[in-house]
Design a protein around this ligand. Structure first.
Ligand SMILES: Cc1cc2nc3c(=O)[nH]c(=O)nc-3n(C[C@H](O)[C@H](O)[C@H](O)COP(=O)(O)OP(=O)(O)OC[C@H]3O[C@@H](n4cnc5c(N)ncnc54)[C@H](O)[C@@H]3O)c2cc1C
Length: 241
């Protein structure tokens, strides 16, 4: 009987972490998987999967517009972004549930909370103001890898700005206050202060200005921020105001 609560604790449930936890369990280890936000990490919740779901919608729209060229007759072709966002959320939720099922089937204990290493064999996990301590023989840290390419150019951008950009791009032409952004983008307050949003927005704006004129991140004085995409839909929404 081990002196620790777990043989292995995996910190971070992105594609690296959740697969790793399953593999360790398959080797007969007692495993816990600690995740501050959602199972699936960046890839499933804010990266690969949601972007591909949105792209799929955009491709369908493009195909429908030119369907007549191939003799396919459709009615008027429209585009409803909120419906596409609903589709994207459906795909993400289904896969997230699938991961939870896989972890359970392999006996991996999923623990929700923000992990902090206390010492060589202890992790404190904080969730909603409650803190629990778990002990481990081995800790595997799997907490991020990020890269952002806009219009073919790589932007050297930290994870928090990528998440901010992706969130804003999913909600074009909506005005956000600083605290709404903190709450909706990062779920809980990583920084403890809404002023950090200003810093991220400033850096993001400078970087976007250097690579593309399709995006515009505007400060709405006294309120917060608005992100504009120069697409036909974005222009239509603007002229309707
Ligand atoms: C917009 C976008 C599109 C992308 N598209 C693609 C693509 O098409 N193809 C591709 O291969 N890659 C893509 N990527 C990259 C891909 O998302 C990452 O390579 C992948 O998510 C990395 O997996 P990971 O497990 O290393 O980390 P992550 O997925 O980042 O997971 C790390 C997890 O650790 C958690 N965490 C961090 N600190 C703590 C802590 N202290 N306590 C508890 N939990 C913590 C985080 O909440 C997160 O869930 C994209 C990324 C973005 C942003």
């Amino acid at each position: 009987m081990s002196e620790y609560s777990y043989d292995i604790v995996v910190l971070g449930a992105g594609p690296g972490g959740y697969e790793c936890a399953i593999r360790c369990a398959q080797y007969g280890k007692k495993v816990a998987l600690v995740e501050a936000r959602e199972l699936g990490g960046t890839c499933l919740n804010r990266g690969c999967i949601p972007t591909k779901a949105l792209l799929h919608g955009a491709e369908m729209f493009e195909a429908a517009k030119s369907a007549a060229d191939c003799g396919v007759t459709l009615g008027e072709v429209g585009f409803d972004f909120s419906k596409l966002a609903e589709y994207k959320d459906g795909v993400v939720n289904k896969l997230r549930t699938g991961i939870a099922g896989l972890e359970k089937a392999h006996g991996v204990k999923v623990i929700k909370g923000f992990g902090k290493v206390v010492d060589a064999h202890t992790l404190s996990v904080e969730n909603d103001g409650n803190t629990e301590s778990i002990t481990f023989d081995k800790l595997i840290i799997n907490m991020d890898s990020y890269e952002l390419i806009v219009d073919g150019k790589k932007i050297d951008t930290p994870p928090k700005e990528i998440e901010l950009l992706f969130f804003l791009a999913s909600n074009p032409n909506r005005v956000f206050t600083r605290s709404q952004l903190l709450d909706e983008v990062w779920g809980f307050d990583y920084f403890g202060d809404t002023r950090t949003i200003d810093v991220h927005v400033k850096r993001l704006r400078e970087k976007l200005e250097n690579v593309s004129d399709q995006w515009e991140l505007a400060t709405v004085w006294g309120v917060g921020y608005k992100f504009k995409l120069n697409t036909p839909q974005g222009a239509a929404a603007d002229s309707a105001k």
